[in-house]
Design a protein around this ligand. Sequence first.
Ligand code: PLP
Length: 365
Amino acid sequence: MPVLAMERLVKLIRSEIRSEKPYLVGETGERDCKLNQNECPFDLPHEIKSELLTRFEQIPFNRYPASQPFELMSVLEQHHKLQEGSVLVGNGSNDLTQTLALCFVSTGTRVVLPRPMFALYESVVRMHSGEIVPIAPLKSLDFDIDRIIEAASDPNVALTIVASPNNPTGLSVSFDAIERLCKSSPGFVVIDEAYHEFCPNPSSISLLDKYPNLIVMRTFSKAFGLAGIRIGYLLGHSRVMSEILKARLPFMVDRFSEITAIALVKRPDVIAERVQLLKQGTAHLTDELKSQPGVSVIPSTTNFVLFRTEMNGGTLAEKLTQKGVVVRKLSSYPELNGYLRVSSGTESENKAFITALKLVLKVDA
Ligand SMILES: Cc1ncc(COP(=O)(O)O)c(C=O)c1O
């Protein structure tokens, strides 16, 4: 096809989409120590996996699943002691972010997004032609909650999104501050609790009864270790959820994912054990990093740690990759210049990271 004809065709794609950068994490080698995506480093115990595979064999592949995963929705409502209709399940929480944007954001809609925060939110708001109201962090990299509340109090703001605990900083907002935010916001407040299980603060879920403008988002990708299965969910007032449900495409959650998530909700022992191990791993990584000369560390309430050395962040990440340890570069966040993010892995992965870091810093110090 001639170049000009192709250019004309591509311009039919909305400019808001064309001007985005694709979300690329970068492939890792099979033998790499992969500490760049805040995943759980432990696969499901073999006994649960083989039980699930036996059930999978009985599923007719030729039939659609339910239009929405009603069984899982009901299991989650009971698990969180919420009334019927309070939960919506998506194909990972990213999928639900898109749904929220579809519901709340159109041309010029004002959305308060503190920085630096999980970048997908900004991208999705831009793609729906919304207007981002960014809120700069405090020096400590904590969210500036007073400024967030002030911005969210504007009656023209439809939506405020706060990840607590936050990615990529690992910091969290206090329960009281979240309540103040819900109380003073005429619009909706979404609290993304992707890393809640690792954090000592109480969940915002207990505020749902009091604040119908609050929506809480959760995922099975982190503490539950199901990043490859793709399940996330929203919790909110049933009246609000019944409207958002209309924006959910049918059949987005397949039966296997639904069955797997239900099996894990019923095994809190497995989750608790992993969370305990990952919390220990994060504390160990923090202590090791702090003991290195010239390294500063942000205190984490998650399963990952944000840190900075005297070396350029990109250069350090490259050198670690050459040693088989993959961490997350954060060059797209101007506030995090020089910082890298490392996920808590298995004991041996954490050890491999610390060994590689010491080698790199000594060689180049
Ligand atoms: C704060 C936050 N929210 C949501 C997600 C996406 O989760 P999911 O795998 O459920 O799409 C991530 C993933 O890293 C995250 O860090």
